[in-house]
Write a protein that binds this ligand. Structure first.
Ligand SMILES: Cc1cc2nc3c(=O)[nH]c(=O)nc-3n(C[C@H](O)[C@H](O)[C@H](O)COP(=O)(O)O)c2cc1C
Length: 270
């Protein structure tokens, strides 16, 4: 599938640079991720929250040097031509949060507390899950939706640049880069027995075990379970508690436009 992202002129979101500056102050950028599930007995909606590692904005994954080397050696390195304000994290397709996305049109909110700057960031939107085979309807739908939030990097708004061109960029390479960024032991976690199931249930498949090392970027079992979750953010709530006598709060809302989106900013009573 070819990609046609938004032009760089669509411009960055107004909250982008401050958000990135704040996140860079965290030792490790973990976030709390909330989804909406259903109680299996009563079927009523139930909130679920868990910690996940923030892996940057989609299209601009910061690569570990070892990952970059392995991707280069295997000719799997995408050109760096895109940017976005879509948050990304990785997960295992067998985990409950993926089921929650399917049953809630991708409803998601994540929250970061950055104590150094006394600011809380809550980002809401729609979670899109990629990493399955190309051509599957859900995978293609997710890719198409993500594309709407992707734009060319500033200053490189041409079909080609020294960093490569659109034709060299593929979804498969991008997902592989996220996988490569995990250490071999973390890659092995995608070959664990099914997460969340009782340990009394011993998997029939002997390939599913704890503590496996996966050096291979294309390990078929690990890659079958590995997914990248991309959040198309449509609302951001920034709470600044740095001055106790003058707390401030802003809401940024995305308004869809012809060439992407524009952001409306409103200051709220905290
Ligand atoms: C520090 C830390 C980082 C974590 N990072 C991730 C992550 O990036 N992705 C993920 O799916 N789970 C991550 N987990 C595990 C989740 O918190 C959670 O246990 C798991 O995703 C299963 O959640 P679910 O059954 O609600 O889907 C992390 C846990 C901790 C404590």
């Amino acid at each position: 599938m070819t990609t046609t992202a938004n032009p760089a002129s669509a411009g960055p979101a107004p909250w982008r640079s401050l958000f990135l500056e704040h996140i860079s102050k965290l030792d490790e950028p973990y976030m709390s991720v909330a989804t909406v599930g259903r109680d299996p007995h009563s079927q009523r909606p139930v909130p679920r929250v868990r910690t996940c590692g923030f892996r940057g904005f989609f299209g601009e994954l910061p690569l570990h040097p070892l990952a970059e080397r392995q991707l280069k050696e295997e000719n799997q390195l995408n050109p760096r031509i895109y940017e976005s304000e879509m948050l990304s994290f990785t997960t295992d397709v067998r985990m409950e949060k993926v089921e929650h996305f399917e049953g809630s049109d991708g409803a998601i909110e994540v929250v970061f507390w950055v104590k150094d700057v006394m600011t809380q960031w809550r980002l809401r939107g729609k979670a899109l899950v990629i990493g399955d085979e190309a051509g599957k309807p859900a995978e293609e739908e997710a890719r198409a939706e993500i594309l709407k939030g992707l734009r060319r990097r500033r200053g490189e708004d041409t079909r080609s640049s020294k960093d490569g061109d659109d034709a060299d960029w593929t979804w498969e390479k991008e997902v592989t880069a996220y996988f490569a960024n995990h250490s071999p032991i973390m890659r092995g976690s995608f070959k664990n027995p099914p997460p969340g199931r009782s340990i009394s249930e011993i998997p029939d498949d002997p390939n599913l075990r704890l503590g496996q090392l996966v050096p291979d970027l294309q390990d078929p079992i690990a890659r079958k379970n590995f997914r990248v979750v991309v959040i198309r953010v449509d609302e951001v709530d920034q709470l600044d508690l740095s001055k106790p006598e003058e707390c401030r709060r802003w809401k940024f809302t995305s308004i869809p436009t012809e060439d992407g989106e524009r952001w409306e900013e409103v200051e709220l009573w905290p």
